[in-house]
Each structure stands twice: as C-alpha cells, then as structure tokens.
Design a protein around this ligand. Structure first.
Ligand SMILES: Cc1cc2nc3c(=O)[nH]c(=O)nc-3n(C[C@H](O)[C@H](O)[C@H](O)COP(=O)(O)OP(=O)(O)OC[C@H]3O[C@@H](n4cnc5c(N)ncnc54)[C@H](O)[C@@H]3O)c2cc1C
Length: 430
C-alpha cells in the first residue's frame, strides 16, 4: 500500500467528530521519569493514566497524536473476554492464572466504563451490551456454549433467538445470537482523547510527533530516543501494537498487522434510524471475515470488516462493505456514504494478546486480535502494575518472550490467500 493511501486511512468519521484536544508538542531535549510509555493508543494511555494516578512520574511519547492508531479508528465495540473461551483459557493456563486471566478479560468492560464515569470522558458511551450475531446453526451452537461458560462464572450473558435478534437489530438475517451485558459501545477516538486528558490531569506528560527510534536498556535504567530528545526512566512500556514496525525487534514480528476497514453514511433520517439497531447496539457477526456495524450518536450507519490484505484494494473492500450493508438493511439503498477509513489490527498466532519482556526494564503489551477497546485498556493497567514493581507471577497475564512468527513476511501473503478462501466459505455459508 502506498504511503498516502495509508495516511488516508486515518481520515475517519471519528476524526471528523472528535472533541477538541490540545496540541501536544514534540519532546525536545532530555527528560527523566519513573516510566516512559511508547505509543498513545488505549494500551499506552491506560498505562500512563494508571501510573500517574499511583503517583508515578510518566512521559508518554506518541509518533503522531494520541489515538492516531487503531484506538482512534476502530468500531468502538467494548467486547469483553479473550478469543479463547473461559474453559480453554483455564485449561491452558491452569486454575489460578487461567481464572485471573478470565476475570481480567471478562472485567475489561467494567474497567472501560468505570474509567469513563470516573474521569467524565465524553465519548457517547453506551453500556447496552455487545451482541454477537450467528450466521449459521453451528456458529449459534458455539455462541450458546460460550454464553453458558460465562454464566457459570457469574457474567450476565444471554442467548437471543431469531425474534429477539430481529427486534434489536432490525434484520432477520441472523438465526440467533448472544448478548454480553458487560459490553457496549463508544466513540473510540473521544475515549482515547479522554484518557489522554485524564492522564495529563493526573500528572503525565504526553508528547505528540515524537517517534521513538531507539530503546537502550541497562540493569538500572532505560533510555528512549526520539529525533529531538531523550527520556531516561526506570522502566519503559512499549504500546505500539500493529504499528510497532522495527522497534525493539523482533517485537513487530510477533504480530501480523491486518487492515480492517470501515465506511459510514451521512446521518440517517429519523424514520430509517428507528428501523436499524433501534436500541443503539453495535453487533458483530460470526462469519470468518466478520462484519461489525452500528450507528454513531448522530445516527450515521457505520459498517466495518476485515480482509484488505492481498484481497483487492482498500477501496474495493470498502465498496464491498457498502454492498453488505445494503444486503443487511435494504432500506439503506440510495443513502449517501460519506466516510471511508481503516486501521491495522494486530493478529497473533494463538489469538491471545502478548505481554512480552523485551529487556529487564522494558515490557510490551500488544496483539489484541481486534478486541482491544477493553483488552488494551486492561493490558495498560497490567503494564502499569509491572512498572510499579509488581512481580510477574502476581500479574493477571503471563509474561512471555516475544517470538517472531516464522516466515513473518510470507505470512502476510499467506493470510491474503486465506482471506480470499474465507470470503468464499462465508459466501456459501459453511
Ligand atoms: C478498523 C478497526 C476496527 C476495530 N474495531 C474494534 C472494536 O470494535 N472493538 C475492539 O475491542 N477492538 C477493535 N479494534 C482493535 C482495537 O482498535 C485495538 O486492539 C486497540 O486500539 C489497540 O490499542 P493500542 O494502544 O495497543 O494500539 P494503537 O491504538 O494502534 O496505538 C499504537 C500507537 O503507537 C504509536 N507508535 C507506533 N510506533 C511508535 C514509535 N516508534 N514511537 C512512538 N509511537 C509509536 C502509533 O502512532 C499509535 O498511535 C479495531 C481495530 C481496527 C483497526
């Protein structure tokens, strides 16, 4: 993808409707802090906020502006839980750590909505629940089993039949689904900007346009360099997710960046609004190349999906999303589509995020597999706990080494072929 095509991906509905936010000038010269945070998305901003609230001095360095990455461009669904089911997580990580991971990931919605309430973040947050829409009977059975596992652990997660789905979604396209009442939706960029302001009020210093080019670590300290400055700290947190590139190699090779794209209409008429997602939910469906959709608080219809990788251009994918939206809601035929954008999701081999020790005083958290509104916020808190000296064994997430995915470069190509195959299987409904 050419550079200006990538830059255009940041030109989102969320950027067009963002709350005013102060300029954050680049770092100039030398600075010191207890912790330096690299990357100003949900992970880094949550880490900075939690550290500053604990009385620690924090400098956050963001290559562009806070929320510029996936955090400011996503679907805004607050969807609790890891990709693995609670039982799979507990079986893999054991009854103690596994249960803590399930509680941390399942509680990610509580964390997000608590932060929003506590800091008065204006981001159109709605805790109406996250709906997962089944596309096949087999997918419905899987969702029902996931629902049972969460209910066994005390979460309010309910099955929805075709009639309830039709009432909540305004379409009969889905035979059933699940509603996880811990989730909901929000304006993602305004949530990120609100976290940045809350972190600054608590004392964090945030610099925009400060791309980190090097991280040097000794046993006692770590020094992080940008083109015009340097920060020396006791710990560094790398929170660059799918945009990590060559920083702290092989960190960037532990994830595969995949572009997810979105399109949005002009505000719909009141009549249309009442027929589409009347209670303001933001569902995602279970097809392999999932679709996720919602309205924003001005009543624009937003549709998102994966697959812009070796599978036609970004523009083609966005056109396909507009067609999918009209198939789902024929009443959208003829409505003007005003916005088209996208961003990179970080996929991992085991579909779980990574908490990676890069050097004795450097930790990274990344790889949310498209579920980062809740999980990245929760991971930021874990990173903040580690930076304050909490032993690894007491954290709610396991620390591992960052392992490059074998043949990383070719994985992107292989993934392109997989995307094309998945699209075909989704089309025939298998
Ligand atoms: C289109 C799209 C839709 C999505 N929809 C959803 C959804 O509905 N629900 C959900 O839960 N998740 C969703 N996700 C995933 C979610 O957005 C991410 O998991 C989450 O935002 C990751 O946050 P982060 O802070 O780790 O990374 P990012 O928000 O990507 O932030 C990383 C930041 O690091 C900065 N950076 C990179 N390198 C450097 C450097 N060298 N120096 C300084 N800064 C640097 C970047 O500029 C960037 O701002 C979606 C993602 C995309 C792209």
């Amino acid at each position: 993808m050419i550079a200006n095509e990538r830059a255009a991906l940041a030109d989102s509905l969320w950027a067009a409707t963002a709350n005013p936010s102060p300029e954050r000038p680049p770092l100039h010269g030398e600075a010191e802090a207890d912790t330096v945070v690299i990357g100003g998305g949900f992970t880094g901003l949550s880490a900075a906020l939690h550290l500053a609230e604990a009385g620690k001095s924090v400098v956050l360095l963001e290559a562009e502006t806070p929320g510029w990455g996936a955090s400011g461009r996503n679907g805004g669904q607050v969807n609790p839980g890891l990709k693995a089911t609670p039982e799979e997580t507990e079986a893999r990580f054991g009854p103690d750590l596994g249960r803590r991971m399930v509680a941390m990931s399942g509680g990610a919605g509580d964390l997000v909505f608590d932060l929003i309430a506590r800091h008065g973040i204006q981001c159109a947050a709605s805790r109406c629940g996250w709906i997962r829409a089944a596309t096949t009977p087999k997918a419905l059975a899987t969702l029902q089993e996931i629902g049972r596992q969460w209910r066994d652990r005390g979460a309010v997660v309910d099955a929805l039949d075709a009639d309830e789905m039709e009432r909540l979604l305004g379409t009969r396209a889905y035979p059933g689904g699940l509603i996880d009442r811990r989730g909901g939706n929000l304006h993602p960029l305004n949530y990120a900007l609100g976290l940045a302001e809350a972190a600054e009020r608590a004392g964090a210093r945030i610099h925009g346009h400060s791309r980190v080019s090097g991280v040097q670590s000794t046993d006692d300290s770590v020094t992080v360099s940008t083109p015009e400055g340097r920060v020396t700290a006791r710990a560094a947190l790398i929170c660059t997710n799918a945009y990590t590139g060559g920083l702290a190699a092989p960190l960037g090779q532990s994830v595969i960046p995949v572009t997810s794209v979105q399109v949005a209409t002009e505000p719909l008429s009141d009549k249309l609004r009442r027929t589409i997602l009347p209670e303001g939910h933001a569902p995602s469906d279970t097809r392999r190349l999932l679709l996720y959709f919602r309205k924003d608080d001005a009543g624009r219809f937003v549709m998102g999906g994966r697959g812009a990788l070796g599978d036609g251009s970004i523009g083609k994918r966005q056109a396909a999303l507009r067609e999918a939206a009209v198939r789902l809601y024929p009443q959208l035929e003829g409505v003007r589509w005003r916005y088209a954008w996208g961003g990179d999701v970080a996929l991992t081999r085991d579909h779980a995020p990574g908490l990676h020790l890069i050097a004795p005083r450097v930790m990274a958290g990344l790889g949310y597999n498209g579920r980062g509104v809740g999980m990245a916020t929760a991971m930021g808190r874990v990173l903040a706990e580690w930076a304050q000296g909490r032993p690894g064994a007491e954290l709610d997430f396991p620390i591992t080494a960052a392992r490059p995915i074998p043949f990383h470069r070719f994985r992107r190509i292989a993934l392109g072929a997989t995307v094309a195959a998945f699209r075909m299987l989704d089309r025939v409904g298998i």
